[in-house]
Write a protein that binds this ligand. Structure first.
Ligand SMILES: *Cc1c(COP(=O)(O)O)cnc(C)c1O
Length: 374
């Protein structure tokens, strides 16, 4: 009664768009956070089938889940548990993003222990102030990596950073600072194959950087990283449809309060339709706040606003005198052919961004896949 339909062929189509946009750079498909809610293993298998160059995840555990599922594409993990010993990561051929000397040391110990040369990407903080070595620490990190390279404990595959997407001027400053950090590493004698800096937004905004790889998450799922601009502007196709069914209908009189807090009271005698999806499924409760844009759903061919409070498991819409019956399909978002709201519309109604909607959608939804591979 709650279904997420994931179109894996749309994801491949979006991959091909990013190949065009990035002018032949290698593509890292970012599949962290359960592939932004789309199902990590299924998405990764499909991307491997489509010959993607790399996969990217935050945690080593996510990378190991891919390996356990038989995914053999190179995978990079960059956000580490302070207690991570990296042994399993090396055994699983997971490449490791290294942000500081302490991580480098743990990686070297794991390499020594497993007798495997650790494949690492050094991360430099060029201005986002999240992970990555500061420019002041960069020289020491590069030197440490050089020493371990000569001891055959590590192989530096790449150097990377991440933009803040604050303004074009801020991004340009980071791009310049990344260029400097790369040059300093080269001058110190370090060699590496891959420089990578941009995510979906920077890959679209700065197509001429000429770096060897781009890291694309949201765009692969067909969504736009720019608030107020649709994915279709960039030739992207949304890959997720969320749908449910009407679980109950009832006829009520005028002036009846509906759901918690009576945010909504019926204006006339009408029919209410109950939909069994709530904030436990990741439908944001805030989308039923009535200040600002209103969220909606499609039943049949018609859109109905969500005017009463979204609860944990369910919400109610007023369908007036329309013929709506128990079992009728309800589209919450994503089905353009049905004129359903986009993920972006729901995000705006909930005062958030499309990233947060898809990564949090789940709960009791079941995912089904179009175009899956084994
Ligand atoms: C999540 C993430 C990405 C992907 O970002 P999108 O905006 O979804 O394309 C790329 N790089 C890093 C370091 C990330 O954490």
């Amino acid at each position: 009664m709650r279904e997420l339909i994931i179109d894996l062929d749309a994801i491949v189509s979006n991959l091909n768009r990013f190949k065009e946009i990035s002018g032949g750079a290698k593509i890292m498909g970012v599949v962290k956070a359960n592939a932004y809610g789309h199902g990590m293993v299924e998405v990764a298998r499909k991307l491997q089938f489509a010959n993607i160059d790399y996969l990217g995840v935050a945690d080593v555990d996510e990378a190991l889940e891919l390996r356990a599922a038989g995914v053999t594409t190179p995978v990079l993990s960059w956000l580490h548990d302070p207690k991570q010993d990296f042994l399993a990561a090396l055994e699983g051929d997971v490449e490791i993003g290294v942000s500081n000397l302490e991580q480098l040391d743990r990686v070297a110990k794991a390499a020594d222990h497993t007798k495997k040369i650790a494949r690492i990407h050094l991360k430099v903080d060029t201005g986002l102030s999240r992970n990555g070595a500061t420019l002041a620490e960069w020289g020491l990190l590069v030197q440490g990596a050089l020493d371990l390279t000569s001891q055959k404990l590590v192989h530096v595959v790449g150097v990377f950073s991440h933009l803040s997407s604050t303004s074009e001027a801020d991004d340009k400053a980071q791009i310049a600072s990344f260029g400097d950090a790369v040059q300093r590493a080269k001058d110190a004698g370090l060699s590496f194959e891959l420089r990578h800096l941009t995510a979906s937004d920077g890959t679209i905004s700065y197509p001429g950087l000429g770096l060897e790889m781009v890291r694309v998450g949201l765009g692969l799922y067909g969504l736009s990283p720019f608030v107020g601009r649709k994915g279709s502007e960039f030739g992207l196709k949304p890959a997720m449809i969320a749908r449910s069914v009407v679980a109950q209908t009832k006829r009520v009189a005028a002036g009846v309060g509906v759901s918690y807090g009576y945010l909504y009271k019926t204006k006339a005698e009408t029919t209410l339709a109950l939909i069994p999806v709530g904030y436990a499924e990741g439908l944001p409760r805030g989308a039923s706040d009535q200040d600002g844009p209103i969220a909606g759903v499609v039943i049949g061919t018609k859109r109905y606003p969500i005017l009463s409070r979204i609860a944990m498991d369910q919400f109610v819409v007023d369908v007036g005198d329309d013929e709506v019956a128990v079992g009728d399909e309800v589209v919450l978002f994503g089905d353009e052919a049905n004129n359903a709201p986009s993920v972006d519309e729901l995000a705006i109604a909930a005062s958030t961004i499309n990233y947060e909607i898809v990564t949090r959608i789940g709960g009791r939804f079941k995912r089904s896949y179009l175009g899956s591979v084994k």
